[in-house]
Design a protein around this ligand. Structure first.
Ligand code: GRG
Length: 305
């Protein structure tokens, strides 16, 4: 089995992830207090604070720190990214979409609160994300905050998550999906928010335009990588614990990279994307803050869930 290897930089990735996730969780907890009417705030918090790897907020903070910014400057945007990610999961799980009963080890939002409240919890997480990043970001110029908000909005609509989801659900997942369509779906459904996470961190941290664009390229690679690995994990996990994942895969007839190009070629594709991602970081090699992004890229490839 493979594990993240950060020995070369003597960078302790596990500790880094735990510390960053803890500060993100604390900020998320404080961002949405329980108030009247309690049901909607409870429903928002139920999914938002249900765990999750916090990859998007941590990428945002790591990119901000890499270009010389502080964690506190990126934190409201980092929270907004997790709020949007969470709302997309709540809506994705609804009976009219994926119809899932469990998420992050708990009942899905609509199972716990009903479809009506779940839809509204998603809506309010989405709108609050924009309020939060606009009103709570300190330490960045108004022009940079505005650029970050544009980036965030762009990653979601008909250039981002929504178009990825629409093409996914309308293409019925059959064998007619070729490599281009599969890449389109993943680049929009998964990679666009990961890209926004890194780019927003770099913008708020004061990165120059060339730096932001290098980091955008890096994020594009790891965004697609994230999904290729997700598909590989679906196969490897389902052959270990035969039934659950494999069964779902068969029922939804979902197209995946291993189905399209075979397991070995998918693994090779992932390795190639990792190399390409790391190439984008070469010019940051002298920066102390590059280790977390290198390690995050490795983590995306070698993670077990
Ligand atoms: C954004 C306006 C707007 C609407 C949402 C439903 C929808 C439109 C899009 C679906 C997007 C979706 C569910 C993409 C899958 C993304 C993905 C790879 C999820 C898993 O992410 P992890 O592994 O999960 O980071 P955790 O739980 O660790 O956060």
């Amino acid at each position: 089995t493979l594990s993240v290897n950060c020995e070369k930089t003597s960078f302790d990735f596990q500790t880094y992830m735990v510390e960053k996730a803890n500060s993100v969780n604390k900020a998320l907890d404080e961002s949405i207090p329980i108030k009247n009417p309690t049901i909607i705030h409870e429903a928002m918090r139920y999914s938002l604070l249900a765990g999750g790897k916090r990859v998007r907020p941590i990428l945002c903070i790591a990119a901000c720190e890499l270009v010389g910014g502080n964690e506190s400057t990126a934190m409201p945007a980092a929270c907004a990214l997790e709020m949007i990610h969470t709302m997309s999961l709540i809506h994705d799980d609804l009976p009219c979409m994926d119809n899932d009963d469990f998420r992050r080890g708990k009942y899905t939002n609509h199972k716990a609160y009903g479809e009506d409240v779940a839809i509204l919890a998603g809506d309010s997480l989405l709108t609050f994300a924009f309020e939060h990043v606009s009103s709570s970001t300190v330490g960045a110029s108004p022009a940079r905050v505005l650029a970050a908000i544009v980036e965030l909005a762009n990653s979601m609509g008909t250039e981002g998550l929504v178009v990825g989801q629409v093409v996914d659900i309308t293409s019925t997942g059959g064998d007619d999906i070729g490599p281009d369509l599969l890449e389109f779906i993943h680049v929009h459904k998964t990679a666009s928010l990961l890209e926004a996470s890194v780019v927003i961190g770099a913008i708020l941290g004061g990165g120059s335009e060339p730096q932001v664009e290098k980091l955008r390229k890096f994020a594009r690679c790891i965004g697609l990588l994230f999904q290729v690995v997700d598909d590989i994990l679906d196969v490897t996990k389902s052959s270990e614990e035969l039934g659950k994942t494999a069964g779902k895969d068969l029922v939804t007839n979902k197209m995946t990279y291993p189905k399209l190009m075979g397991l070995e070629k998918s693994k090779q594709f992932a390795e190639d994307l990792l190399v390409e991602a790391k190439q984008q970081l070469v010019e940051f090699e002298s920066h102390r803050g590059v280790a977390p992004l290198v390690a995050l890229a490795d983590y995306i490839v070698y993670r077990q869930n």
